[in-house]
Design a protein around this ligand. Structure first.
Ligand code: MSP
Length: 497
Protein backbone atom coordinates (compact mmCIF):
# COMPACT_ATOMS: atom_id res chain seq x y z
CA UNK A 1 0.00 0.00 0.00
CA UNK A 2 1.16 3.54 -0.70
CA UNK A 3 0.99 6.66 1.43
CA UNK A 4 1.62 10.12 -0.06
CA UNK A 5 1.94 13.06 2.32
CA UNK A 6 2.75 16.69 1.49
CA UNK A 7 3.61 19.92 3.30
CA UNK A 8 3.14 23.36 1.80
CA UNK A 9 6.24 24.60 0.06
CA UNK A 10 7.68 27.42 2.13
CA UNK A 11 8.47 30.97 1.06
CA UNK A 12 12.17 31.43 1.36
CA UNK A 13 12.36 35.15 1.94
CA UNK A 14 13.35 34.34 5.52
CA UNK A 15 14.72 31.37 7.45
CA UNK A 16 12.37 28.66 8.75
CA UNK A 17 10.22 29.53 11.75
CA UNK A 18 8.13 27.47 14.12
CA UNK A 19 5.14 27.39 11.75
CA UNK A 20 7.25 25.79 9.02
CA UNK A 21 8.78 23.34 11.48
CA UNK A 22 5.34 22.44 12.79
CA UNK A 23 3.86 21.35 9.47
CA UNK A 24 7.06 19.57 8.45
CA UNK A 25 7.47 17.68 11.73
CA UNK A 26 3.81 16.64 11.56
CA UNK A 27 4.27 15.35 8.02
CA UNK A 28 7.43 13.55 9.05
CA UNK A 29 5.67 11.92 11.96
CA UNK A 30 3.00 10.62 9.57
CA UNK A 31 5.60 9.48 7.04
CA UNK A 32 7.59 7.59 9.66
CA UNK A 33 4.46 6.04 11.14
CA UNK A 34 3.09 4.80 7.83
CA UNK A 35 6.51 3.44 6.86
CA UNK A 36 6.49 1.47 10.11
CA UNK A 37 3.18 -0.08 9.20
CA UNK A 38 4.70 -1.35 5.98
CA UNK A 39 3.45 1.22 3.49
CA UNK A 40 5.41 2.59 0.58
CA UNK A 41 5.67 6.24 1.64
CA UNK A 42 6.25 9.30 -0.50
CA UNK A 43 6.84 12.49 1.51
CA UNK A 44 7.01 15.69 -0.49
CA UNK A 45 8.18 19.07 0.79
CA UNK A 46 10.11 21.99 -0.63
CA UNK A 47 10.39 25.70 -1.20
CA UNK A 48 8.25 28.33 -2.90
CA UNK A 49 10.79 30.54 -4.60
CA UNK A 50 8.85 32.95 -6.79
CA UNK A 51 6.99 36.21 -6.17
CA UNK A 52 7.96 39.77 -5.45
CA UNK A 53 8.61 39.36 -1.78
CA UNK A 54 11.41 36.89 -2.51
CA UNK A 55 12.94 39.24 -5.08
CA UNK A 56 12.64 42.08 -2.56
CA UNK A 57 14.33 40.04 0.16
CA UNK A 58 17.26 39.30 -2.17
CA UNK A 59 17.51 42.99 -3.04
CA UNK A 60 17.55 43.98 0.61
CA UNK A 61 20.43 41.61 1.17
CA UNK A 62 22.18 43.03 -1.88
CA UNK A 63 22.49 39.68 -3.67
CA UNK A 64 21.18 38.46 -6.99
CA UNK A 65 17.97 36.53 -6.57
CA UNK A 66 19.39 33.23 -7.92
CA UNK A 67 22.16 33.24 -5.30
CA UNK A 68 19.70 34.20 -2.60
CA UNK A 69 17.28 31.36 -3.33
CA UNK A 70 20.06 28.79 -3.60
CA UNK A 71 21.41 29.85 -0.26
CA UNK A 72 17.98 29.89 1.40
CA UNK A 73 16.95 26.49 0.00
CA UNK A 74 20.07 25.11 1.71
CA UNK A 75 19.08 26.81 4.97
CA UNK A 76 15.73 24.98 4.85
CA UNK A 77 17.35 21.66 3.98
CA UNK A 78 19.81 22.03 6.87
CA UNK A 79 16.96 22.74 9.26
CA UNK A 80 15.14 19.61 8.10
CA UNK A 81 18.29 17.58 8.55
CA UNK A 82 18.62 18.90 12.08
CA UNK A 83 14.99 18.03 12.76
CA UNK A 84 15.39 14.45 11.50
CA UNK A 85 12.97 14.99 8.61
CA UNK A 86 12.78 12.03 6.25
CA UNK A 87 11.38 13.66 3.11
CA UNK A 88 11.47 11.66 -0.11
CA UNK A 89 11.64 14.64 -2.43
CA UNK A 90 12.56 18.28 -1.81
CA UNK A 91 11.01 20.33 -4.58
CA UNK A 92 12.05 23.85 -5.56
CA UNK A 93 9.71 25.84 -7.78
CA UNK A 94 12.66 27.22 -9.73
CA UNK A 95 13.52 23.72 -11.01
CA UNK A 96 13.16 23.18 -14.74
CA UNK A 97 10.93 20.18 -14.16
CA UNK A 98 8.48 22.30 -12.19
CA UNK A 99 8.52 25.20 -14.63
CA UNK A 100 7.66 22.73 -17.38
CA UNK A 101 4.72 21.38 -15.36
CA UNK A 102 3.39 24.88 -14.74
CA UNK A 103 3.65 25.93 -18.38
CA UNK A 104 2.14 22.66 -19.61
CA UNK A 105 -0.78 22.86 -17.21
CA UNK A 106 -1.34 26.53 -18.05
CA UNK A 107 -1.37 25.71 -21.74
CA UNK A 108 -3.67 22.75 -21.28
CA UNK A 109 -6.18 24.90 -19.36
CA UNK A 110 -5.97 27.62 -22.01
CA UNK A 111 -6.65 25.03 -24.67
CA UNK A 112 -9.71 23.69 -22.87
CA UNK A 113 -11.04 27.19 -22.17
CA UNK A 114 -10.53 27.14 -18.40
CA UNK A 115 -8.00 29.96 -18.69
CA UNK A 116 -8.99 33.08 -20.64
CA UNK A 117 -7.75 36.66 -21.15
CA UNK A 118 -9.47 39.50 -19.24
CA UNK A 119 -8.61 42.43 -17.00
CA UNK A 120 -8.03 42.58 -13.27
CA UNK A 121 -8.76 45.68 -11.34
CA UNK A 122 -8.62 45.54 -7.58
CA UNK A 123 -6.43 45.01 -4.56
CA UNK A 124 -3.45 42.76 -4.00
CA UNK A 125 -1.56 41.87 -0.82
CA UNK A 126 2.12 41.20 -1.55
CA UNK A 127 3.00 39.52 1.79
CA UNK A 128 0.04 37.10 1.39
CA UNK A 129 0.40 36.96 -2.39
CA UNK A 130 -3.31 37.15 -2.82
CA UNK A 131 -6.00 39.11 -4.63
CA UNK A 132 -8.55 40.69 -2.32
CA UNK A 133 -12.20 41.21 -3.23
CA UNK A 134 -13.41 44.83 -2.99
CA UNK A 135 -16.09 43.82 -0.50
CA UNK A 136 -13.40 42.94 2.02
CA UNK A 137 -11.63 46.30 1.84
CA UNK A 138 -12.22 49.57 3.61
CA UNK A 139 -11.59 52.02 0.73
CA UNK A 140 -10.45 54.78 3.12
CA UNK A 141 -7.78 52.61 4.67
CA UNK A 142 -7.13 49.68 2.31
CA UNK A 143 -5.56 46.87 4.34
CA UNK A 144 -5.30 43.12 3.90
CA UNK A 145 -8.15 41.51 5.89
CA UNK A 146 -5.84 38.64 6.87
CA UNK A 147 -2.47 40.15 7.72
CA UNK A 148 -3.59 43.79 8.24
CA UNK A 149 -0.83 45.17 6.05
CA UNK A 150 -1.29 47.80 3.30
CA UNK A 151 -2.47 46.46 -0.07
CA UNK A 152 -1.60 47.51 -3.61
CA UNK A 153 -4.12 48.67 -6.18
CA UNK A 154 -3.74 46.76 -9.44
CA UNK A 155 -5.29 47.39 -12.81
CA UNK A 156 -3.85 45.11 -15.42
CA UNK A 157 -4.70 42.81 -18.28
CA UNK A 158 -4.55 39.32 -17.00
CA UNK A 159 -5.35 35.71 -17.72
CA UNK A 160 -8.04 34.20 -15.50
CA UNK A 161 -8.70 30.70 -14.29
CA UNK A 162 -12.43 29.96 -14.49
CA UNK A 163 -12.78 29.22 -10.79
CA UNK A 164 -16.45 30.27 -10.72
CA UNK A 165 -17.32 27.34 -12.99
CA UNK A 166 -16.11 24.91 -10.31
CA UNK A 167 -18.22 26.24 -7.42
CA UNK A 168 -20.99 23.73 -8.05
CA UNK A 169 -18.77 20.70 -8.71
CA UNK A 170 -16.79 21.58 -5.57
CA UNK A 171 -19.90 21.68 -3.43
CA UNK A 172 -21.05 18.37 -4.87
CA UNK A 173 -17.65 16.90 -4.20
CA UNK A 174 -17.62 18.10 -0.60
CA UNK A 175 -21.11 16.78 -0.05
CA UNK A 176 -20.21 13.33 -1.29
CA UNK A 177 -16.87 13.32 0.59
CA UNK A 178 -17.76 14.67 4.02
CA UNK A 179 -14.33 13.95 5.56
CA UNK A 180 -11.99 15.36 2.96
CA UNK A 181 -11.26 18.62 4.78
CA UNK A 182 -10.11 18.27 8.37
CA UNK A 183 -10.82 19.16 11.13
CA UNK A 184 -14.48 18.65 10.23
CA UNK A 185 -15.56 22.19 11.12
CA UNK A 186 -13.21 23.46 8.39
CA UNK A 187 -15.17 21.58 5.76
CA UNK A 188 -18.30 23.52 6.73
CA UNK A 189 -16.32 26.75 6.69
CA UNK A 190 -15.03 26.08 3.18
CA UNK A 191 -18.44 25.04 1.94
CA UNK A 192 -20.04 28.23 3.25
CA UNK A 193 -17.36 30.28 1.59
CA UNK A 194 -17.95 28.62 -1.77
CA UNK A 195 -21.70 29.05 -1.41
CA UNK A 196 -21.18 32.81 -1.28
CA UNK A 197 -19.95 32.53 -4.86
CA UNK A 198 -16.47 32.27 -6.38
CA UNK A 199 -14.78 34.80 -8.66
CA UNK A 200 -12.51 33.75 -11.47
CA UNK A 201 -8.89 33.90 -10.39
CA UNK A 202 -6.28 36.08 -12.02
CA UNK A 203 -3.38 33.73 -12.77
CA UNK A 204 -0.86 36.10 -14.33
CA UNK A 205 1.11 39.07 -13.06
CA UNK A 206 3.19 41.56 -15.04
CA UNK A 207 6.34 39.94 -16.32
CA UNK A 208 8.41 42.23 -14.10
CA UNK A 209 7.34 40.04 -11.18
CA UNK A 210 9.87 37.30 -10.34
CA UNK A 211 8.19 34.15 -11.57
CA UNK A 212 7.61 31.56 -14.27
CA UNK A 213 7.00 32.97 -17.72
CA UNK A 214 3.49 32.20 -18.92
CA UNK A 215 3.00 30.29 -22.21
CA UNK A 216 0.84 33.12 -23.59
CA UNK A 217 1.38 35.37 -26.63
CA UNK A 218 1.93 38.35 -24.27
CA UNK A 219 4.68 37.97 -21.69
CA UNK A 220 3.46 37.50 -18.12
CA UNK A 221 4.65 35.85 -14.95
CA UNK A 222 2.45 33.08 -13.65
CA UNK A 223 0.68 34.01 -10.39
CA UNK A 224 2.75 32.55 -7.57
CA UNK A 225 -0.06 30.47 -6.03
CA UNK A 226 -0.97 28.92 -9.36
CA UNK A 227 2.71 28.04 -9.70
CA UNK A 228 3.10 26.86 -6.08
CA UNK A 229 0.05 24.58 -5.89
CA UNK A 230 1.26 22.69 -8.92
CA UNK A 231 4.36 21.59 -7.00
CA UNK A 232 2.30 18.67 -5.74
CA UNK A 233 1.86 17.46 -9.30
CA UNK A 234 5.48 18.06 -10.27
CA UNK A 235 6.51 16.13 -7.16
CA UNK A 236 4.40 13.21 -8.38
CA UNK A 237 6.16 13.40 -11.78
CA UNK A 238 3.13 14.78 -13.60
CA UNK A 239 3.38 14.78 -17.34
CA UNK A 240 0.55 15.01 -19.79
CA UNK A 241 -2.17 13.88 -17.42
CA UNK A 242 -0.10 11.06 -15.90
CA UNK A 243 1.79 10.81 -12.62
CA UNK A 244 3.80 8.24 -10.72
CA UNK A 245 1.90 5.63 -8.74
CA UNK A 246 1.69 7.73 -5.57
CA UNK A 247 -1.06 10.01 -6.89
CA UNK A 248 -3.36 11.21 -5.33
CA UNK A 249 -1.91 12.57 -2.06
CA UNK A 250 -3.38 10.75 0.94
CA UNK A 251 -2.86 13.63 3.34
CA UNK A 252 -2.00 17.23 2.55
CA UNK A 253 -1.00 19.23 5.61
CA UNK A 254 -1.11 23.01 5.81
CA UNK A 255 -1.87 25.89 8.14
CA UNK A 256 -5.39 27.25 8.43
CA UNK A 257 -4.29 30.56 6.83
CA UNK A 258 -3.76 28.84 3.50
CA UNK A 259 -6.72 26.49 3.61
CA UNK A 260 -8.77 28.29 0.95
CA UNK A 261 -5.98 27.99 -1.59
CA UNK A 262 -5.79 24.28 -0.86
CA UNK A 263 -9.46 23.50 -0.37
CA UNK A 264 -10.90 25.60 -3.19
CA UNK A 265 -8.40 26.71 -5.84
CA UNK A 266 -6.33 23.54 -5.75
CA UNK A 267 -9.19 21.01 -6.09
CA UNK A 268 -10.72 23.19 -8.81
CA UNK A 269 -7.43 23.10 -10.72
CA UNK A 270 -7.34 19.32 -10.36
CA UNK A 271 -10.94 19.06 -11.57
CA UNK A 272 -10.06 21.20 -14.59
CA UNK A 273 -7.17 18.83 -15.30
CA UNK A 274 -9.30 15.73 -14.77
CA UNK A 275 -7.02 14.55 -11.95
CA UNK A 276 -8.07 12.66 -8.86
CA UNK A 277 -8.40 14.84 -5.72
CA UNK A 278 -6.43 14.34 -2.47
CA UNK A 279 -7.79 12.01 0.20
CA UNK A 280 -7.46 14.47 3.08
CA UNK A 281 -6.67 18.17 3.35
CA UNK A 282 -5.74 18.86 6.96
CA UNK A 283 -5.50 22.43 8.23
CA UNK A 284 -3.61 22.82 11.48
CA UNK A 285 -3.84 25.82 13.79
CA UNK A 286 -1.36 28.53 14.61
CA UNK A 287 1.23 28.88 17.28
CA UNK A 288 0.45 32.09 19.05
CA UNK A 289 2.22 34.25 21.57
CA UNK A 290 -0.54 35.46 23.84
CA UNK A 291 -3.43 35.64 21.41
CA UNK A 292 -1.31 36.87 18.46
CA UNK A 293 -0.17 34.59 15.64
CA UNK A 294 3.55 34.04 15.82
CA UNK A 295 4.86 35.72 12.70
CA UNK A 296 7.85 37.59 11.42
CA UNK A 297 5.84 40.70 10.64
CA UNK A 298 4.63 40.87 14.26
CA UNK A 299 8.19 40.47 15.50
CA UNK A 300 7.19 37.78 18.02
CA UNK A 301 8.83 34.72 16.49
CA UNK A 302 10.86 32.31 18.56
CA UNK A 303 13.85 30.98 16.69
CA UNK A 304 13.53 27.19 16.32
CA UNK A 305 17.33 26.98 16.54
CA UNK A 306 17.12 28.30 20.11
CA UNK A 307 14.51 25.73 21.12
CA UNK A 308 16.41 22.88 19.49
CA UNK A 309 19.58 23.96 21.25
CA UNK A 310 17.81 24.11 24.58
CA UNK A 311 15.49 21.07 24.40
CA UNK A 312 17.06 18.95 21.68
CA UNK A 313 15.46 17.96 18.38
CA UNK A 314 13.18 15.42 20.05
CA UNK A 315 12.16 17.79 22.83
CA UNK A 316 11.14 20.28 20.17
CA UNK A 317 9.31 17.68 18.07
CA UNK A 318 7.54 16.29 21.11
CA UNK A 319 6.35 19.67 22.36
CA UNK A 320 4.87 20.68 18.99
CA UNK A 321 3.12 17.34 18.49
CA UNK A 322 1.82 16.82 22.00
CA UNK A 323 0.94 20.25 23.35
CA UNK A 324 -2.29 20.85 21.40
CA UNK A 325 -4.70 18.72 19.39
CA UNK A 326 -3.68 19.01 15.75
CA UNK A 327 -6.06 21.42 14.08
CA UNK A 328 -6.39 23.86 17.01
CA UNK A 329 -4.28 26.89 17.88
CA UNK A 330 -1.56 26.48 20.48
CA UNK A 331 -0.20 29.15 22.73
CA UNK A 332 3.55 29.07 22.97
CA UNK A 333 5.36 29.95 26.14
CA UNK A 334 8.70 28.88 27.47
CA UNK A 335 7.11 27.88 30.79
CA UNK A 336 4.74 25.49 29.01
CA UNK A 337 7.64 24.06 27.05
CA UNK A 338 9.72 23.48 30.17
CA UNK A 339 6.80 22.02 32.08
CA UNK A 340 6.00 19.48 29.39
CA UNK A 341 9.64 18.62 28.85
CA UNK A 342 10.31 18.01 32.53
CA UNK A 343 7.12 16.12 33.29
CA UNK A 344 6.60 13.94 30.20
CA UNK A 345 10.15 13.46 29.00
CA UNK A 346 12.56 13.84 31.91
CA UNK A 347 10.17 12.39 34.52
CA UNK A 348 7.89 9.86 32.85
CA UNK A 349 9.88 8.44 29.96
CA UNK A 350 13.34 9.34 31.22
CA UNK A 351 12.83 7.90 34.69
CA UNK A 352 11.21 4.72 33.46
CA UNK A 353 14.19 3.91 31.26
CA UNK A 354 16.72 5.00 33.79
CA UNK A 355 15.19 3.14 36.70
CA UNK A 356 14.67 -0.04 34.70
CA UNK A 357 18.13 -0.14 33.20
CA UNK A 358 19.61 0.64 36.56
CA UNK A 359 17.88 -2.42 37.97
CA UNK A 360 19.08 -4.60 35.10
CA UNK A 361 22.59 -3.50 35.90
CA UNK A 362 22.41 -3.87 39.66
CA UNK A 363 20.33 -7.01 39.99
CA UNK A 364 21.06 -8.87 36.77
CA UNK A 365 24.63 -7.85 35.96
CA UNK A 366 23.40 -5.89 32.96
CA UNK A 367 21.74 -8.88 31.27
CA UNK A 368 18.15 -8.54 30.05
CA UNK A 369 16.08 -11.39 31.53
CA UNK A 370 13.95 -13.79 29.49
CA UNK A 371 10.82 -12.13 28.22
CA UNK A 372 8.00 -13.81 30.12
CA UNK A 373 5.41 -11.15 29.59
CA UNK A 374 2.19 -11.31 31.55
CA UNK A 375 -0.97 -11.63 29.52
CA UNK A 376 -2.13 -8.39 31.10
CA UNK A 377 0.94 -6.61 29.76
CA UNK A 378 0.51 -8.19 26.37
CA UNK A 379 -3.06 -6.92 26.25
CA UNK A 380 -1.88 -3.47 27.22
CA UNK A 381 0.63 -3.50 24.34
CA UNK A 382 -2.03 -4.61 21.87
CA UNK A 383 -4.46 -1.99 23.05
CA UNK A 384 -1.83 0.76 22.83
CA UNK A 385 -0.83 -0.26 19.31
CA UNK A 386 -4.47 -0.33 18.19
CA UNK A 387 -5.29 3.04 19.73
CA UNK A 388 -2.17 4.70 18.38
CA UNK A 389 -3.06 3.35 14.95
CA UNK A 390 -6.58 4.70 15.19
CA UNK A 391 -5.34 8.17 16.15
CA UNK A 392 -2.50 8.29 13.62
CA UNK A 393 -4.96 7.45 10.87
CA UNK A 394 -6.99 10.48 11.96
CA UNK A 395 -3.84 12.66 12.08
CA UNK A 396 -4.34 13.10 15.82
CA UNK A 397 -0.79 13.29 17.13
CA UNK A 398 -1.42 14.50 20.66
CA UNK A 399 -4.02 11.79 21.22
CA UNK A 400 -1.69 9.10 19.86
CA UNK A 401 1.11 10.30 22.14
CA UNK A 402 -1.28 10.34 25.04
CA UNK A 403 -1.93 6.62 24.50
CA UNK A 404 1.80 5.93 24.61
CA UNK A 405 2.11 7.95 27.79
CA UNK A 406 -0.61 5.88 29.41
CA UNK A 407 1.58 2.84 28.82
CA UNK A 408 4.59 4.68 30.26
CA UNK A 409 2.61 5.60 33.37
CA UNK A 410 1.41 2.05 33.75
CA UNK A 411 5.00 0.77 33.73
CA UNK A 412 6.17 3.41 36.19
CA UNK A 413 3.30 2.39 38.44
CA UNK A 414 4.35 -1.24 38.18
CA UNK A 415 7.84 -0.33 39.37
CA UNK A 416 6.41 1.70 42.24
CA UNK A 417 4.10 -1.04 43.43
CA UNK A 418 6.33 -4.08 42.85
CA UNK A 419 9.49 -2.38 44.18
CA UNK A 420 11.90 -4.79 42.47
CA UNK A 421 14.85 -3.24 44.32
CA UNK A 422 13.67 -4.82 47.56
CA UNK A 423 11.55 -7.72 46.23
CA UNK A 424 12.56 -11.43 46.13
CA UNK A 425 14.81 -12.16 43.14
CA UNK A 426 12.29 -14.06 40.95
CA UNK A 427 9.60 -11.47 41.38
CA UNK A 428 12.08 -8.63 40.75
CA UNK A 429 13.21 -10.36 37.59
CA UNK A 430 9.61 -10.70 36.48
CA UNK A 431 8.89 -7.01 37.01
CA UNK A 432 12.05 -5.98 35.22
CA UNK A 433 11.11 -8.17 32.26
CA UNK A 434 7.73 -6.47 32.01
CA UNK A 435 9.35 -3.04 32.11
CA UNK A 436 12.09 -3.84 29.62
CA UNK A 437 9.59 -5.28 27.18
CA UNK A 438 7.49 -2.15 27.69
CA UNK A 439 10.50 0.05 26.96
CA UNK A 440 11.13 -1.99 23.82
CA UNK A 441 7.56 -1.37 22.66
CA UNK A 442 7.73 2.29 23.62
CA UNK A 443 10.93 2.73 21.61
CA UNK A 444 8.94 1.72 18.53
CA UNK A 445 5.79 3.63 19.38
CA UNK A 446 7.61 6.93 19.92
CA UNK A 447 9.82 6.57 16.85
CA UNK A 448 7.61 8.65 14.49
CA UNK A 449 7.61 11.53 16.98
CA UNK A 450 11.04 11.15 18.57
CA UNK A 451 13.36 9.14 16.34
CA UNK A 452 16.60 10.13 18.09
CA UNK A 453 15.26 8.94 21.44
CA UNK A 454 14.33 5.59 19.92
CA UNK A 455 17.87 5.26 18.59
CA UNK A 456 19.29 5.97 22.03
CA UNK A 457 17.04 3.35 23.61
CA UNK A 458 17.96 0.76 20.98
CA UNK A 459 21.60 1.42 21.70
CA UNK A 460 21.08 0.97 25.42
CA UNK A 461 19.18 -2.27 24.80
CA UNK A 462 21.93 -3.40 22.46
CA UNK A 463 19.64 -3.92 19.50
CA UNK A 464 20.30 -2.88 15.97
CA UNK A 465 17.32 -1.69 13.98
CA UNK A 466 17.48 -0.67 10.38
CA UNK A 467 15.40 2.47 10.23
CA UNK A 468 13.93 1.95 6.81
CA UNK A 469 12.73 -1.45 8.01
CA UNK A 470 11.59 -0.59 11.53
CA UNK A 471 8.14 -2.00 12.02
CA UNK A 472 5.51 -1.59 14.69
CA UNK A 473 5.24 -5.12 16.00
CA UNK A 474 5.89 -7.09 19.15
CA UNK A 475 8.62 -8.96 17.30
CA UNK A 476 11.17 -6.68 18.94
CA UNK A 477 10.57 -8.58 22.17
CA UNK A 478 12.13 -11.72 20.70
CA UNK A 479 15.44 -9.94 20.34
CA UNK A 480 15.69 -8.66 23.86
CA UNK A 481 16.16 -11.74 26.06
CA UNK A 482 19.69 -12.32 27.24
CA UNK A 483 21.23 -9.18 25.77
CA UNK A 484 23.86 -7.29 27.68
CA UNK A 485 22.65 -3.72 27.98
CA UNK A 486 24.86 -1.02 26.57
CA UNK A 487 26.15 2.14 28.21
CA UNK A 488 23.40 3.97 30.01
CA UNK A 489 22.54 7.46 28.93
CA UNK A 490 20.29 10.07 30.48
CA UNK A 491 17.61 10.56 27.80
CA UNK A 492 16.40 13.98 28.95
CA UNK A 493 18.18 16.24 31.39
CA UNK A 494 15.69 18.23 33.47
CA UNK A 495 15.59 21.85 32.39
CA UNK A 496 15.71 24.55 35.05
CA UNK A 497 13.15 27.33 34.85
N1 MSP B 1 4.32 29.39 0.02
C1 MSP B 1 3.04 29.29 0.63
C2 MSP B 1 2.52 27.88 0.54
C3 MSP B 1 2.38 27.33 -0.83
S1 MSP B 1 1.89 25.68 -0.82
C4 MSP B 1 1.45 25.34 -2.36
C5 MSP B 1 3.13 29.72 2.09
N2 MSP B 1 4.30 29.67 2.64
S2 MSP B 1 4.65 30.17 4.13
O1 MSP B 1 6.07 30.02 4.23
O2 MSP B 1 4.16 31.47 4.34
O3 MSP B 1 3.87 29.31 5.17
C6 MSP B 1 3.86 27.96 5.18
C7 MSP B 1 3.20 27.33 6.39
O4 MSP B 1 3.62 27.86 7.64
C8 MSP B 1 1.69 27.46 6.36
O5 MSP B 1 1.15 26.17 6.50
C9 MSP B 1 1.38 28.34 7.54
O6 MSP B 1 0.16 28.10 8.11
C10 MSP B 1 2.51 27.97 8.48
N3 MSP B 1 2.63 28.96 9.51
C11 MSP B 1 3.12 30.21 9.42
N4 MSP B 1 3.03 30.79 10.66
C12 MSP B 1 2.46 29.93 11.53
C13 MSP B 1 2.27 29.88 12.92
N5 MSP B 1 2.50 30.92 13.71
N6 MSP B 1 1.84 28.73 13.47
C14 MSP B 1 1.65 27.58 12.73
N7 MSP B 1 1.85 27.58 11.43
C15 MSP B 1 1.94 28.81 10.75
O7 MSP B 1 2.11 30.05 2.66
Amino acid sequence: MKFFVTTPIYYINAKPHIGHCYTTIAADCLAKYHRMTGKDVFFLTGTDEHGDKIAQAAKEKGVVVEDFINEMAEVFKKMWEKLDISYSRFIRTTEKEHKDTVRNVFKKLMDNGDIYLGEYSGYYCVPCECFIPKAKIDEKNPMCPDCRRPVKILKEKSYFFRLSKYAKPLIEYLDSNPNIIQPAFRQDEVKNFILQGLNDLSVTRPNTVWGIESPTPEKYSVYVWFDALLNYLTGAEYSDGKTNTFWPPDVQLLGKDILRFHAIIWPAMLMALGMELPGKIFAHGWWTVGKEKMSKSKGNVIDPAYLIERFGTDGFRYFLLSEVPFGLDGEYSEEKFIKRFNSDLANDLGNLTNRTLNLVEKLLNGFIPDMFISSQMEKLFDRTIANVDKFMNCVAFSEALNEIWKLISELNRLLDTEKPWSAPFQSAKQTIAQCISGIGMISLLIYPAMPATSRKIWKMLDIEIQEDKVSLSKEILNFLSGRKTGKREILFMRVKT
